[in-house]
Design a protein around this ligand. Structure first.
Ligand code: PLP
Length: 390
């Protein structure tokens, strides 16, 4: 009989094959062509002296386990964890740290992560210093005797600033710090941070991994087993796990990750180049453009440029006029879906940030963030051109 589930064979294949053949794509019992949704909170003990592998769904559920092994395989880590949202994954992971600890975090970190660090972890006695991670001297200068970890996001949101992952991860290791990275924008298809020395990868799987604007989910993966055990205790203790049904939907979306990313990225590059030559656009941010700061670093550590393009139309009024005229993309918070999504950071993702701080970080009133979906890019361009000329 064919040995479909040999873990070494599965791990040896290329990324696109792993997306479809990850070891749980066929139900062992019935041969069904997808992992069953085990809609059960608890599991019968046929023999109480020999308890079942799963005994209660917060602690473990077969559908969730399939997803957790799937993301661990794709990232090349030892253990994966699925949570009810990206923020559940991130906040649970941060509880690896204790009162009196200090963290170094990228200054243009996701807004929800910023809020969690500054309003919740700070209350628990865990301090954060926010630094420009593209400036290695600033990273080094932020270390304190009680520093325990660095948290990276690259490319960052919405100006797509590039951090040198290996440089920061190596420095963290030399100084006995853990290194964490939010890989939402690139996904393991383009960027596998463990290969650069990172210890824990987190995701908002709500975005590219699920890909259809219909699932809220988070994932975390650890490189080594000891960290995996610690994170498992937190996942089980805090209980913010992903439901079996959502796990199934997420796996369904992940199977097409490469097909979606390839299409969207091709369109994003075309859109970025077109925007660069548009008279109504002052600046375009996209790692695939020749003048994008950190492009060489990005090309060293990632296999592609992603599907998010930001651009500056010069003022808040002009941004609002464009948003009123645009017809194809969803105008919304979020990104990474089959349909294009246009968002306005000043009023959406970064609305909570004081305007001065926002401007200091280069997030002007005229910046828009375009997450390119699967539409025909020429249609997107016609639509955007009409809106830009408003
Ligand atoms: C959306 C997002 C998050 C938060 O994830 P949720 O699923 O919305 O909780 C975290 N990091 C990044 C980079 C994101 O884009």
């Amino acid at each position: 009989m064919a040995d479909r589930n040999n873990p070494d064979k599965i791990a040896s294949r290329s990324f696109s094959t792993k997306l479809l053949h990850f070891g749980a794509e066929i139900d062992e019992q019935t041969g069904a062509s997808s992992t069953p949704i085990f809609q059960a909170s608890t599991f019968h003990h046929h023999d109480v002296f020999n308890p079942p592998h799963h005994d209660y769904s917060r602690s473990g559920n077969p559908t969730r386990e399939a997803l957790e092994n799937y993301i661990a395989l794709l990232e090349g880590g030892t253990r994966g964890f699925a949570f009810a949202s990206g923020m559940a994954a991130i906040s649970t992971t941060f509880l690896l740290f204790s009162a009196g600890d200090h963290l170094i975090v990228t200054e243009d970190v996701y807004g929800g992560t910023y809020r969690f660090l500054t309003t919740v972890l700070s209350r628990l006695g865990i301090e954060t210093t926010f630094v420009d991670m593209t400036d290695f001297e600033a990273v080094k200068a932020a270390i304190q005797p009680n520093t325990k970890a660095v948290f990276i996001e690259t490319p960052s949101n919405p100006t797509l600033k590039i951090t040198d992952i290996k440089l920061v991860a190596d420095w963290a290791k030399e100084n006995g710090l853990l290194s964490l990275l939010d890989n939402t924008f690139m996904t393991p298809y383009h960027q596998r941070p463990f290969e650069q020395g990172i210890d824990i990868v987190v995701h908002s799987a709500t975005k590219f991994l699920s890909g259809h604007s219909d699932v809220l989910a988070g994932l975390a993966v650890t490189k080594d087993e000891a960290l995996g055990k610690r994170l498992y205790a937190l996942q089980n203790g805090l209980g913010s796990v992903l439901s079996a049904h959502e796990c199934w939907l997420l796996m369904r979306g992940m199977k097409t990750l490469q097909a979606r990313m390839e299409h969207s990225e091709r369109s994003a590059l075309r859109l970025a180049e077109w925007l660069s030559n548009h008279p109504e656009v002052e600046h375009v941010y996209y790692p695939g453009l020749p003048d994008h700061p950190g492009r060489e670093i990005h090309e060293r550590q990632s296999a592609g440029y992603g599907a998010v393009v930001s651009f500056d139309v010069g003022s808040g009024d002009r941004a609002k006029a464009l948003l009123n005229r645009i017809e194809l993309p969803l105008v919304a918070v979020s990104l990474g879906a089959v349909e294009s999504i246009l968002s306005y950071p000043a009023m959406m993702s970064h609305a909570a940030m004081p305007r001065e701080v926002r401007l200091q970080r280069g997030i002007t009133d005229g910046i828009l963030r375009y997450s390119v979906g699967l539409e025909d890019v020429e249609d997107l361009i016609v639509d955007l051109d009409a809106a830009l000329r408003a």
